[in-house]
Design a protein around this ligand. Structure first.
Ligand code: BG6
Ligand code: MG
Length: 221
């Protein structure tokens, strides 16, 4: 076993929260008279809440003071939370619970590495918290992905060297963060969207660590 620690992004990897982010950002954008499409929403994936607001405001060519930005972020998050608080374990993406459970049974250490300040609430709602040995969320880091801080901290909390860490990510910035931290990155999505990933999986349904380790070993040879 080459890897001892598995680090998981949350949004888009374990659960599809992008739809709730979209509803909440769109409502805010409409209040501000800014057009906001699903394609625009793609740009917010993996990006911090503050930076997401900057992007929304840029789209509309709207300027706001730091105080106004703070209030807008709070408003967006309140709306987002109204959906998140109602989430059910059925919303876990296919195969995720089985994959985490089996990886734990095999002895891998497991951490969350997420930019979200709502990460703990989401894991609780999905009843996944107990499957994690360590949780790194948006409150614990100062640098956003592609900076490696979130994964470096996760690896340290699991007592693993970067070369022993395998990161699962759905965003380009997250793949870059893993690489910047000296880690291997599995992209969750398509090769077209994640060209820099060491391996790409469409999701966790039917995925096993034996298979992933085997494929990564074949590539590194
Ligand atoms: C990331 C999401 O995981 O978390 C981003 O991909 C989101 O879209 C970011 O903006 C911050 O999330 P939150 O829950 O703290 O607003
Ligand atoms: Mg993500």
């Amino acid at each position: 076993m080459r890897f001892t620690a598995l680090l998981f992004d949350l949004d888009g990897v374990l659960v599809d929260t992008a739809k709730y982010h979209y509803i909440a950002w769109k409502a805010l954008a409409e209040e501000l008279g800014i057009p906001f499409t699903l394609k625009d929403n793609e740009r917010l994936k993996g990006v911090s809440r503050q930076r997401s607001l900057d992007i929304v405001l840029e789209i509309g060519g709207v300027d706001k003071t730091p105080e106004e930005r703070e209030a807008l972020c709070t408003e967006k998050n309140e709306r987002y939370l109204s959906y998140i608080r109602k989430m059910e374990p059925e919303e876990i993406l296919p195969g995720v619970r089985e994959f985490l459970t089996e990886a734990r049974r095999q002895g891998y250490k497991i951490a969350l590495g997420s930019a979200s300040k709502n990460a703990r609430l989401i894991l609780d709602r999905l009843e996944l918290t107990d499957l994690f040995d360590a949780i790194v969320d948006g409150y614990m880091v100062t640098q956003a992905k592609p900076d490696p801080e979130v994964f470096a901290l996760g690896g340290r909390l699991l007592g693993a060297q970067p070369s022993q860490c395998l990161v699962f990510e759905d965003s380009v910035a997250g793949i870059q963060a893993a690489h910047a931290g000296g880690m291997t990155a599995v992209g969750i999505g398509t090769r077209e969207d994640l060209p820099e990933a060491d391996l790409v999986l469409p999701g966790f349904a039917g995925a096993t660590m034996e298979d992933i380790e085997k494929k990564l070993l074949a590539i590194s040879r």
